[in-house]
Design a protein around this ligand. Structure first.
Ligand code: ATP
Ligand code: MG
Length: 417
């Protein structure tokens, strides 16, 4: 990216090309890892995972690799994922797709027919016919996996398969199928590790898996850490403060907005978390509010923009932060986490750990101190890892506080009448 290229102010969708700022080191380190490893890249919501992954894909393609991207967040179940993966593979490996496609279609037709478990007719008053389908999501997906393995094995060139939001699908399986969900996830992960990633004699295929809810929490909770241990676990960090300032300066230059170094620093300090999406969102609101703020009034603008960020409904994604807690935590834990967040939302400096622990204990009247403590620690770890909270010892005592100032304000406001 040249110094003088313009950068679009994009806040929401993944960014590519000249709109992708910085992260050179992270991208090249991940690329290097992919030479010999499969990678699990986790990072909080909106930190830039998809953008970084696409950057890696674009780069690796120029080295002669083939690469596909499969977003599985919207997949209903294992079968949905397999179908999507297969479609992407067929499209990428076009020269061989014709032949394989025919085989695959035959297999699909067969699967369709055998999916009917039984047909019963009850001759009661209404005379109903009942067709019982075999649980397609649970049983049948394994039959379609041979196609996928076959396609991967056929690739003559190294192949990178990027799977976005896998943890969301796995959590969905667990929540929507309380009886068998955990077992299904284990089976899926085992298949993934044993059958797909270790194809005998197959071409070189590497996997890049990203997600914004912790696959690590999931596998720990259900004792399946072994299923993902062989992936290289990586996290995507926020920007450093200087990188964040440089991003703002570049946006300002692209839009002919006058912004001094100090003003950019003040914005970064006000957000408290130098994370690309919220910098972009801030700049977007700032630009909408004023055509080139005068230096003397920027302080005022910062305050207004922070307020605007939490009230504008346009691309306000704070509710996702709330939603993601209920995706990855059991209902009781999700309620505790919401209570902890609500408790710390009113003070930018946060709340002392002793106070939070005592309140957690009150919420668990039948638990002893140890159990309350364990619950608190478990939730605290999630809240810190997913960047809701920061442990702040700058006042001399440990306090947990919101990491992102606009999110704190939104949280504090949402239960206010
Ligand atoms: N390298 C970058 N340069 C500039 N902006 C970025 C960069 N990475 C992320 N962003 C900003 O963050 C937004 C979201 O990026 P992206 O979709 O890649 O994040 P994500 O972590 O995949 O998000 P999600 O958790 O929603 O999947 C972009 O629209 C852009 O505003
Ligand atoms: Mg993403």
């Amino acid at each position: 990216m040249g110094q003088n290229t313009k950068m679009n102010n994009i806040a929401g969708p993944p960014v590519e090309g000249d709109d992708f700022f910085g992260r050179e080191q992270a991208v090249s380190a991940l690329r290097d890892l992919l030479e010999h490893h499969d990678v699990l890249l986790l990072g909080p919501r909106r930190i830039g995972k998809t953008s970084a992954a696409r950057r890696i894909l674009a780069g690796i393609r120029t080295e002669g690799w083939r690469a596909i991207e499969v977003n599985v967040a919207a997949c209903k179940d294992e079968r949905g994922l397999i179908d999507k993966l297969r479609t992407a593979l067929v499209a990428e490996l076009t020269p061989v797709a014709g032949k394989v496609g025919a085989v695959v279609d035959k297999a699909r037709a067969a699967i369709g027919l055998t999916a009917i478990e039984s047909v019963t007719y009850s001759a009661g008053e209404t005379g109903t016919v009942e067709v019982t389908l075999r649980d397609g999501s649970e049983g049948d997906w394994t039959r379609a996996t041979g196609d996928v393995a076959g396609l991967i094995g056929q690739s003559q060139t190294p192949l990178l398969i990027y799977m976005d939001e896998l943890p969301i699908l796995l959590f969905n399986i667990i929540t929507t199928d309380p009886h068998n969900g955990v077992q299904r996830v284990r089976r899926f992960l085992d298949w993934f590790r044993n059958d797909l990633r270790n194809l005998p004699g197959g071409g070189k295929a590497r996997w890049l898996i990203t997600g914004s809810v912790g696959l690590d929490t999931l596998v720990q909770q259900h004792g399946m850490a072994d299923a993902v241990n062989s992936l290289k676990h990586q996290t995507l960090e926020p920007f450093t403060a200087p990188e964040a300032v440089a991003l703002l300066n570049k946006l300002a230059a692209s839009y002919a907005v006058s912004l001094t170094e100090e003003e950019s620093q003040a914005i970064v300090a006000a957000l408290r978390w130098p994370q690309p999406y919220y910098l972009q969102l801030f700049f977007n609101e700032l630009r909408a509010m004023t055509q080139g703020p005068s230096a003397s009034r920027l302080g005022e603008h910062i305050e207004q923009v922070l307020e605007q960020m939490i009230t504008s409904s346009a691309d306000n994604d704070f509710h996702h932060w709330e939603e993601r807690l209920t995706i990855q935590l059991c209902p009781a834990d999700a309620q505790h986490a919401l209570a902890l967040l609500g408790r710390t939302a009113h003070d930018p400096q946060g709340v002392r750990v002793e106070t939070l622990l005592a309140e957690q204990h009150e919420r668990l009247p039948h638990a002893d101190a140890d159990e309350a403590r364990r619950t608190f620690i478990r939730l605290r770890d999630v809240l810190i890892r997913d960047a809701y909270w920061l442990a702040d010892e700058s006042s001399g005592v440990k306090r947990y506080r919101f990491r992102l100032e606009p999110l704190r304000r939104w949280w504090a406001r949402r239960n206010t009448l």
